[in-house]
Design a protein around this ligand. Structure first.
Ligand code: SF4
Length: 418
């Protein structure tokens, strides 16, 4: 089976107020492999990867992504061990590997860390910049000195001139349009091949959501941007990125030609992946039956580490029927500007994408919010305008799928009828 790999490194130096990823704060980069928790983590995650790859007979790995958390807190010594361990697990000596990404935060992305990444197979570093503005960073407890950001960006560019990505957030506290546009100008001057521009999301249960809840109207608090303002800022950022030569290829992702993130494209196109580490998930879909399984590891480092050897990680297991997967395929696929993989959709669900949601597609096309179907439809995307209304599109598409289910007989469409 062909399968991508995701490794979740759930450690961070601090705790950012807007973050709802699973991470454990208080970890500094380990320079000598002396941190017992980190050492145990690396050993365990490699064993889990090995077990999962054996269980699913993984014969080919096109992409690997080490994310977090903050993978760079592992430091150069443990990162080297992790990378060597992953390399030893890759089928055919890793010859089919097209992309190998690691996420890093500037404050722990040292010269030694970058050198290890370069020497041990990483092809792409994704740097969490978020903002160059001191007040914005401080307001959300984002660690790292602004004066160090430029140096780290220059180091990454030197080592990975064509495989360097960076993240920014639009809508942070204290951020004005000018501040965001200055951030974009500064980041672009370091020539990353890929930029992710996220609109700040106020995730329930985060400290930031608590701050928003305290005020009746966020727009009345000068330091917090209202939801409308966040959208406005993101749109201004999008236009600035397009002007600087970065084309939008997904809801929040922009790149120079040919520099899309191959690993994330596999998620958006619902290709199989195995995840290892606390909170990591795996999704495996049978292309012939349109059914699948998902494992989601419990977000608990203690429980994850406390296992006897040979025991699987504490996790939830979910069997996915075809209708659930059709909806997920639409949800993920229409994030990508070119839409879901129509060929794979037909193969898995025995119905063409155009036949699964014909009314929705034709209504959205009439309004100019979805691309016209090419004569031989290999793609059916929303395009840049339509993607702004993705949530509304999905409501229409899911309603049509549900209506189909009621009417469908197993003969018309076995997948939709189940
Ligand atoms: S560094 Fe990243 S993963 Fe860690 S707390 Fe901040 S946003 Fe979350």
């Amino acid at each position: 089976m062909e399968c991508s790999l995701y490794i979740h490194v759930p450690f961070c130096a601090g705790s950012c107020d807007y973050c709802d990823f699973y991470s454990v704060p208080g970890f500094k980069p380990d320079l000598s492999a002396g941190n017992y928790t980190l050492v145990k983590y690396v050993n365990r995650v490699l064993l889990d990867l090995q077990d999962a790859m054996r269980a699913f007979h993984v014969k080919s790995v096109p992409t690997v992504f080490i994310g977090g958390g903050t993978p760079s807190v592992l430091g150069p010594v443990l990162m080297k061990e992790l990378l060597q361990g992953i390399a030893s697990l890759l089928p055919r000596g890793g010859s089919g590997l097209e992309e190998f990404t690691v996420e890093a935060n500037p404050e722990s992305c040292s010269e030694a860390f970058i050198a290890v990444c370069k020497d041990y197979g990483i092809s792409r570093i994704s740097l969490g910049v978020q903002s160059f503005n001191r007040a914005s960073r401080k307001a959300v407890h984002r660690l790292g000195e602004v004066r160090e950001l430029g140096d780290r960006l220059a180091l990454v560019l030197e080592a990975f001139p064509s495989g360097f990505s960076a993240d920014l957030i639009a809508g942070l506290p204290f951020q004005t349009e000018k501040i965001l546009l200055d951030d974009i100008e500064k980041l672009v001057s370091y020539k990353p091949a890929h930029i992710s521009l996220y609109a700040l999301t106020i995730e329930e249960g985060t400290p930031l959501a608590g701050q928003y809840a305290k005020i009746e109207a966020a727009s009345q608090a000068p330091r917090l941007n209202s939801p409308d303002n966040i959208d406005r800022l993101w749109l201004a950022g999008r236009d600035a990125l397009e002007k600087a030569g970065y084309h939008q290829y997904e809801v929040s992702n922009f790149c120079k030609p040919g520099k899309e993130c191959k690993h994330n494209l596999r998620y958006w196109r619902m290709k199989n992946w195995l995840g290892a580490g606390p909170a990591a998930s795996s999704t495996i879909i049978d292309d012939n039956t349109g059914r699948g399984v998902r494992f989601t590891n419990t977000p608990d480092i203690e429980a994850w580490l406390a296992r006897q050897s040979g025991e699987p990680p504490p996790r939830q297991e979910e069997w996915l029927d075809a209708v659930t997967l059709i909806k997920e395929t639409l949800l993920m696929g229409f994030r990508y500007i070119e839409g879901p993989d129509a060929k794979l959709f037909k193969q898995r669900f025995k119905i063409g994408l155009e036949d699964a949601i014909p009314r929705t597609l034709s209504r959205w096309r009439e309004r100019g919010l979805a691309e016209e179907a090419p004569p031989n439809p290999a793609r059916a995307g929303l395009g840049k305008k339509g993607i702004l209304f993705l949530d509304r599109f999905l409501i229409d598409a899911f309603a049509e799928i549900d209506a189909h289910r009621v009417k469908s007989t197993a003969k018309q469409c076995p997948r939709l009828a189940n």
